[in-house]
Design a protein around this ligand. Structure first.
Ligand code: HEC
Length: 636
């Protein structure tokens, strides 16, 4: 079945086949570059078996390169592949073969859209745990290739601590091996591990041959590198071997490499924001390529990904520096998705992407000059929590006020339970998203969108129910009899559920935004994030207290009228945000209309979200009219 699916993918999506093939070509080329030294010495074949393999592989490379789509890069590679075959036939020096293989690796990487760097911070601790579960049986506890299963194996499992082997491996190469396995050996592919886990493992095994001392020397050297030094670039570090680095940057460079393999988070702590924007840019490029190739659906999905997995996570930071720029990028990305959906001509789509790229460039410079500043971190942390927390707070405070006002203090426990459950589950979701499951941006938005719409429906009916009581509560008796009865355990659980949904949907988002912010900040910036969080939490508590205090002072009748309206307004806001989230996830089309966007009220300038909101208003008016006339009839 798997093979069948792979076959389908390869035949149906030429773009995908291409990327996978190129990864495989890189792997093969790396293999030849390294193993040729075992086959030939001083023009003599010293290992006929290995030499035969080199001949096979080099002609396989030449054949596969010939199948790549025609471009300058593939023409250059075709010539290089032919040269590789010739060198091997002539039993050239291993150094020559290795140099050519390295040049080909760089040509593959620069000429084709292949993933050469991790998107998330590699987590070496998590990798170490994974390693002890899945890799020790062959590679051994300390990576020396001496696991319990190793004895019978031919070839034996790699000894990751062997320095000579280390010198000739790129992290990308290790990643490719973990992803695709090594045909003809016990090393299998690990499709069960996600991309982030495979990268983490690649960095983990890629630093086992280095020592703490070397890494410490590297750390000191790294701090002195100029910002544009190649060793400060993750893609350079991931695609070059330690030997190449040593040749280009000397012993110090080699030590920096050792340090960076052990501490890849260094790349992310200084520039993860820029990387997220870079990710958006890359995905937009892929989207455009898919569109050119006549696959608008794939192009659309990539455009959604470009926004949700990249730019959106930086929104808070950019907002803190330049709110107009944030809006402009968002609008431009929306426009681009619409272009794709409407089947606009390719040139129009190209112009759209160019426009976004220009804006992203500006965003990068804005972030570079202001990133890490304590003030930015503080403001971002504050705004994120206030923005996301406010809606949750309003819902929860309104529910609590309602219970207090009607003398049902016992019901407050249910609301607390809902909030606590949301906190626990929110954190658990985040941990899960970071460790075992890959929650995509689209899934995140879907959860948020559906939760918002669900909350809107509940709020709408609660609001309506409250309103319908405004005349009934004139009679004190109503509270004593009817309300007590009406608030059975079922309703209380309903309140718990509503506070859960309101808090959970914000929780998830807050944690994600904070994570992006955290990774991008220096240690003192991280302290400021913490302060921002505390201040925002304090403000929310004060606000909640004010709502409770003043709302519960209102006379009962007014209280019901006010909270009824309040619930309607919240339902209105949630509806707008819910639709917007589903649009971001690409599930609902988006037709722009010319009205201002008022995010606070969940009003977005498009037909779909305002349309549903209008329907909600009409429904409210009709229902009010019916209930009022019913009341009048009963009264008269
Ligand atoms: C069943 C045994 C087995 C298991 C389990 C195993 N490997 Fe391997 N692995 C091998 C063998 C054998 C080789 C060497 C192949 C060769 O020399 O051509 C290898 C090679 C590799 C290489 C290539 C090293 C290089 O320098 O080119 C990497 C990377 C690697 N393994 C990573 C892993 C990771 C990570 C895991 C756990 C997720 C793992 N392996 C689990 C047997 C295993």
């Amino acid at each position: 079945m798997k093979v069948f699916i792979a076959f389908l993918l390869l035949t149906v999506c030429p773009g995908l086949a291409n990327a996978a093939n190129v990864q495989q070509l890189i792997q093969l080329t790396d293999y030849v570059g390294v193993d040729y030294a075992v086959a030939v010495l001083d023009g003599e074949i010293i290992n006929p078996g290995e030499y035969g393999e080199m001949q096979d592989f080099s002609s396989a490379i030449a054949a596969q390169v010939a199948d790549l789509p025609a471009s300058d890069a593939s023409r250059q590679l075709l010539a290089q592949a032919a040269e590789l075959v010739r060198l091997i036939e002539n039993r050239a020096q291993p150094g020559e073969v290795k140099a050519l293989a390295a040049a080909m690796r760089q040509a593959f990487i620069s000429g084709f859209d292949v993933t050469v760097t991790p998107r998330r911070v590699p987590d070496l601790q998590a990798a170490s745990a994974l390693y002890s579960q899945q890799c020790v049986s062959c590679h051994g506890m300390n990576g020396q290739g001496d696991g319990p299963q190793a004895a019978s194996m031919e070839p034996p499992p790699t000894d990751f601590t062997e320095r000579e082997r280390y010198q000739d491996r790129t992290v990308l190469g290790l990643y490719n091996t973990i992803t695709q396995g090594l045909g003809g050996t016990a090393m299998q592919a690990y499709p069960g591990l996600d991309e982030a886990q495979r990268w983490s493992l690649a960095f983990y095994v890629g630093q086992l041959a280095t020592t703490r001392e070397e890494q410490a020397v590297g750390a000191a050297q790294f701090d002195q590198l100029a910002a544009e030094h190649p060793l400060t670039q993750l893609d350079y570090v991931a695609t070059h071997t330690p030997a190449e680095v040593a040749a280009a940057h000397g012993e110090d460079g080699l030590a920096v490499m050792a340090y960076l393999r052990a501490r890849p988070e260094m790349f992310f702590s200084t520039s993860s924001g820029t990387q997220l924007l870079e990710f958006s840019r890359i995905k937009l490029g892929e989207s455009l390529a898919a569109y050119r190739a006549g696959d608008p659906d794939a192009a659309y999905e990539l455009a959604v990904e470009a926004y949700l997995e990249g730019f959106e996570l930086m929104e808070g930071n950019i907002n803190a520096v330049d709110p107009d720029l944030r809006k402009e990028v968002e609008a431009a990305m929306t426009d681009y998705r619409n272009l794709l959906r409407k089947g606009a001509p390719v040139v129009t789509a190209e112009a759209g992407v160019q426009h976004i790229e220009g804006l992203l460039k500006i965003a990068v410079t804005r972030l570079d000059t202001t990133a890490l500043s304590g003030k930015t971190a503080f403001v971002s942390a504050l705004v994120i929590l206030l923005r996301e927390g406010l809606e949750a707070l309003l819902v929860v405070a309104a529910l609590a006020a309602f219970l207090i006002k009607t003398g049902r203090h016992d019901g407050l426990v249910y609301i607390y339970a809902g909030i606590a459950a949301a906190f626990v589950l929110g954190i658990a979701t985040w941990v899960a998203a970071n460790t075992f499951i890959d929650i995509s941006g689209a899934q995140r938005e879907l959860t948020e969108g559906f939760a918002a719409l669900f909350a809107a429906v509940v709020l709408f009916s609660v609001g309506f129910w409250m309103h319908s009581k405004t005349s009934a509560v004139q009679w004190q008796a109503f509270i004593e009899t009817s309300l007590q009865r009406h608030l059975g355990t079922g309703t209380l659980w309903g309140l718990a559920g509503l506070s859960f949904i309101a808090v959970y949907r914000e929780m998830f988002e807050v944690v994600l935004f904070y994570q992006a912010l955290w990774l991008q900040s220096s240690p003192e910036g991280q302290q400021m994030i913490f302060s921002g969080l505390l201040v925002a939490a304090g403000l929310l508590v004060v606000l909640g207290w004010l709502i409770l205090r003043y709302s519960t002072r209102l006379p009962l009748r007014q209280f019901f009228a006010v909270s009824g309206i309040f619930m309607f307004v919240l339902a209105f806001i949630f509806t707008g945000k819910g639709i917007a989230a589903l649009q971001e996830a690409g599930q609902i089309p988006l037709d722009p209309i010319n009205i201002p966007s008022v995010e606070l009220l969940g009003i977005y300038p498009n037909m779909q979200s305002t349309g549903v909101q209008l329907l909600l208003v009409v429904a409210a008016v009709v229902m009010l009219y019916i209930s009022e006339s019913g009341k009048r009839k009963r009264a008269g």
